[in-house]
Design a protein around this ligand. Structure first.
Ligand SMILES: NC(=O)c1ccc[n+]([C@@H]2O[C@H](COP(=O)([O-])OP(=O)(O)OC[C@H]3O[C@@H](n4cnc5c(N)ncnc54)[C@H](O)[C@@H]3O)[C@@H](O)[C@H]2O)c1
Length: 361
């Protein structure tokens, strides 16, 4: 008799169409809200996670990163790239895949696309940080960099922060026009979005309550000069996310109160890589937990120096798993061979090869 029933070794696989279908079933606003709620709940469990800065392979063209994390019950990782010149090859700047495993057995529970999911989780994370850091009466946002991530940032801030006035700027006007068209077609509850394409970053930023920078440039960019930053602004800096790749004038960092995900990673990859190693920052999870102040004055400049942390992909994978199982979306695949005797892997192979006898010789 077997001591243990074999664990059904099937893995749920979610491709881009599955994730799009889930978004269709839930509706994008509910999906962003659900994701932000999951991110918040997991950030409040911060001490339970075994955390490390991501492991990166750098080249002149971009970065490929591996982002593992575990809470002792589940283990997740994402493999993601950032190649700002990928448009030349007809490829997106950012592409990702990831997996969720059980710690007790190592069984791979979920395997899936994380490209669309990264855009969603990054936007939900930005809005979650802004809920804690931006002025409560914020209603306008400048969105600098109008590529693949930008629609999701705009919609997350509209759905979760009540932003209704969007000013767009991109060095490529065609990118802003595409974004404006997509936003005009978006079906959002509440007041309609007002969307204006601007001629410069300065024009977009003037008078904005929130400024989101989400550009892609493989080098030290100056998307935002310190002179443009006004008292009370919240800055959501998303595009500077690896060594040598930043968006902000360092003078802004000296002027703002800076909030980060995981300091050992952000000091290497974020805007604060431009500052000394002891530059003061506050971990966002402490603000969410009520352990550290966020915004304390209406005229304070706050900055979320976002680089993207493995915990956010863990949350996104768990959210996807729950929703996909509830709505029966995805395909069960055999990533692990399902032999009845777990030690007889070769016997399982022989069984498979019965259908192709020519290969057995
Ligand atoms: N922090 C995070 O968690 C996170 C997650 C995903 C992506 N990112 C980063 O976000 C950035 C944007 O990603 P994407 O997928 O939207 O890239 P993308 O290539 O699709 O779009 C980038 C846009 O930025 C514009 N741009 C470049 N330099 C500019 C400048 N100086 N001023 C205005 N616009 C400028 C480009 O014309 C392009 O339209 C990337 O740098 C990526 O690495 C960060």
């Amino acid at each position: 008799m077997q001591a243990h029933a074999p664990v059904p070794p099937r893995t749920l696989f979610l491709d881009t169409h599955d994730v799009a279908r889930l978004i269709g079933i839930l509706g994008l606003p509910a999906c962003l809200r659900g994701l932000a709620g999951t991110l918040r709940a997991d950030y409040l469990r911060w001490p339970e996670f075994d955390k490390e800065a991501r492991i990166a392979a750098y080249s002149e063209q971009g970065t490929i990163e591996l982002m593992p994390i575990t809470d002792g019950t589940h283990y997740s990782f994402k493999c993601v790239n950032g190649h700002p010149g990928n448009g030349r090859h007809g490829l997106p700047t950012v592409m990702a895949m990831g997996a969720l495993l059980d710690c007790d057995t190592g069984m791979i529970r979920l395997l899936g696309e994380l490209t669309l999911t990264t855009a969603l989780r990054t936007a939900a994370m930005s809005a979650l940080a802004a809920q804690a850091l931006a002025r409560r009466d914020s209603h306008s946002m400048a969105l600098i960099g109008n590529g693949a991530q930008s629609d999701f940032q705009a919609l997350a801030f509209a759905c979760l922060m009540g932003i209704r006035d969007l000013r767009l700027y991109d060095v490529d006007r065609g990118a802003s026009e595409r974004l404006a068209r997509n936003l005009a077609a978006a079906d959002l509850p509440g007041r309609p979005l007002s969307v204006r394409i601007c001629e410069s970053a300065a024009q977009a930023i003037r008078g904005a309550d929130v400024v989101t920078t989400v550009t892609a440039f493989q080098g030290r960019a100056r998307v935002l000069d310190a002179g443009l930053v006004e008292p009370g602004m919240h800055l959501n800096a998303v595009g500077g996310d690896c060594p040598g790749k930043t968006e902000l004038d360092p003078a802004i960092l000296r002027r703002a109160d800076v909030f980060v995900e995981f300091p050992p990673q952000t000091r290497k990859e974020g805007e604060i890589q431009q500052m000394p190693a002891d530059f003061p920052v506050t971990e966002l999870w402490r603000v969410l937990a009520g352990d550290a102040p966020g915004r304390t004055r209406a005229d304070q400049v706050t900055l979320f120096d976002s680089v993207g942390f493995a915990l956010e992909d863990y949350s996104a994978l768990r959210f996807l798993q729950a929703q996909a199982e509830a709505h029966r979306v995805g395909t069960w695949v055999d990533v692990t061979p399902g032999q009845s005797d777990p030690r007889d892997l070769y016997g399982w192979l022989l069984g498979e090869l019965q259908d192709v006898p020519a290969l057995v010789s």
